[in-house]
Design a protein around this ligand. Sequence first.
Ligand code: NAD
Length: 467
Amino acid sequence: MQEYKFFDQVNKAFDRAAAFTKFDKGVLAQIKACNDILHIQFPIEMDDGTIRVIDGYRVEHSHHKMPTKGGIRYSTMVSEDETMALAALMTYKCAVVDVPFGGAKGGIKIDPRKFSVHELERITRRYTFELFKKNFIGPGNDVPAPDMGSGAREMGWIFDTYRQLSDDINAEGCVTGKPVGQGGIRGRTEATGRGVFFGIREACDNAEDMKAIGLERGLEGKTFVIQGLGNVGYHSAKYMIEAGAILIGVAEYDGSIYNEKGIDLEKLMAYKTEHRGIAGYANAKNLETNTAVLEVECDILIPAALENQITEMNAPNIKAKLIGEAANGPVTDNAHKIIKERGALILPDSYLNAGGVTVSYFEWLKNIQHVRFGRMEKRFEENSYKKILSVIETISDRKFTNAELADLAKGGGERDLVDSGLEETMVNAYNEINELRKHHNVDLRTAALISAINKVGFMYEGMGIFP
Ligand code: NAD
């Protein structure tokens, strides 16, 4: 069997799903195409005074809705093909969870661990300047976010650079995933992992679907393995553990570890921060390779690092019954077939890691409406609940304690509302794609893409073609 390039892989899955839709091949070709591709090379002065040329990309995959949206990856693996594939996935992901954006993606081809903070800041600001000059950034046209190798700090630099170049009153909405003090939103950092947890929990709650893969309903007591303990991996693991699942294996770039009795996530994170990796961690067995732990006996496997990690080479050895694609593109097309034939369930990236873009959407809304969620209604809600509780006290013998009153009369603040909106989004989308899966007798990846193609296709059908 032959392995394909990442963008080809996404398109192969697209073609399988397109066969279940009614659009003509011209519309389908337009949905698949990348609308704008930017490759830039710019000079950066290093701390020692030397000059380095840096490669950067931004791909806007689909303009069917504006702005386009997608993270910026900092990695030596960044390429035009990878950025195109990730941008296309963003289009489908936004459609699956009804986030009204087109898809985009950016990349800077560097290993961020090999640059100082000042060098990273210069690279990020210059990249933003290049995007601005070429009209590839702005609250109404293209809005970046964090991805592998970048985080709130980088998004803060992007916003600060943009606002110096533009007098747009909505400038805060030019990028999401910013620090809260710079127009970010509470709950964005953990959003992707939180969404991964909601998605896996929803799948595990379906007794019939669990029975089909030989598992009991619910997360309690289920064992899981995670690859990549970064932003998405750490938060996914944290919420899985809080719900009663047991972390028995972790893979990182420098090694993989296993402990069937469970791994203490916080202790491992502290070790990883101190040693810049997990190799040598004492409270678990260190396995021979950094992918060996993907093949251990477990209920759930969560690849949360990077693409092309489960291929036709290791797929036959994977024993997990449920695979949750927290990363983008971790399972290749050939591997997907092998795992599907074995009868395991794959929760696809185009659905499962959409929590990040969902909360990015909330952040963008907050930025363009210039008001924090909950600011107008929180006190009003609390006062209404208090009135209801005092009526209950007068008509019954029940007297609430101060702690109960504080809990029962709590109005929704920004974090509560973001979390509730995220849960609603992930639960609804899961049920929508699971129904399509059953209706068409396909897998969840195909079902998610059928849902996305239908939503994007209707937009294109309704558009005039200019000039
Ligand atoms: P991150 O940089 O915070 O974490 C990635 C982790 O993977 C790091 O700990 C890194 O050391 C580890 N890693 C790198 N190479 C590895 C390898 N070969 N084997 C095992 N581990 C390896 O990145 P992130 O933001 O957590 O993103 C992870 C994945 O999730 C990516 O595919 C990204 O596109 C996807 N994603 C991220 C977001 C987001 O909001 N950050 C949203 C949607 C999807």
